[in-house]
Design a protein around this ligand. Sequence first.
Ligand code: PMP
Length: 356
Amino acid sequence: MVYNFSAGPGVLPEPVLREVQAEFHSYKQGVSIVEMSHRSETFATIVEQLEMRLRRLMHIPDDYAVLFLQGGATLQFSMVPMNLRATGRFAYLDSGIWSKKAIADAKHFGNVIVVGSSASSNYGTIPEWPEHIQDVDYLHVTLNNTIEGTRYTKLPDTGVPLVADVSSNILAEAIDVKRYGLLYAGAQKNIGPAGLTLVIIRRDLIVDRDLPSYLAYSKHVDTLLNTPSTFSLYVAERVLAWVEGEGGVEAMERRNVEKSGLLYDALDASPLFHAVVSGKQRSLTNIPFTTGDAETDRAFQRFAEARGLIELGGHRSVGGLRASLYNAMPLEGVTRLIDVMHEFEQEGQDVSYKNV
Ligand code: PMP
């Protein structure tokens, strides 16, 4: 049994993978899903179902549009400022490496005001919400910092539209959609395969700004502008059906609290490992940890890999170790990881393991 702790593309539900495998060669009309026109009735039904499921799961009100795009969360770093640009002044919270990249891209389209930053502490914490904010088109926040393992839990009342990157916490914890102007997420963690990006946007924020067609939100509302990533949309629909069947986002959040709690408790009690983040800012989905020694971290990664626990390396920019516990990671994966950590504490520090 292999447990995949990758931060993304991440683990998908086992029953969904089996269903996709069974249907792959011939889906309904005797052709594979990846051979089917995105304009066919069969495919249109899949997209409709996907949107309905997402709306039910996230309680998305009717005055929000749901867009299925490509280009990853990274393209949203540009599409957000391009499309929401009115005054050309944008506020950003600089809480991690992904928000730093979002800031860098937004600078191409206007004046970025960084209203809080934890860069000086290497993003070990998250900056506070700003107290007063006005005269900007929006305030951008990365709700869950995938690399650093921190997250925001409380939301302020901002007088400006709140834009959030929810790539690594969408469907993993409750998100109160109506508090936001726009939410975006790459699909490849909790939703499905890579190649699909979700944008949930309050309709009054969709304004025609004379942009090239693909880059304008207005061109994607209630329609498929061009050929989407059909396979990703199809798998995403199946994953959302699985989430609904398992009890919805509330059930996912309960499980994620339990799974991450077990791992944080084990890390807090460990004589060798420790969690990088402390206190309330700890992410439910991405848990960076370390022994404090790069070589021992690498040795543990190899030790764990040999026992079927894969992708435990930290992001290439920060190193260390990281366990991503997305919705499809079963509780057994976490208990197995904790057991293997204990095993390594007992015997793994023997120098011979460093050469495995
Ligand atoms: N934002 C966050 C919070 C992420 O975790 C990631 C990727 N892991 C990105 C943005 C970039 O996403 P993509 O690779 O889909 O462009």
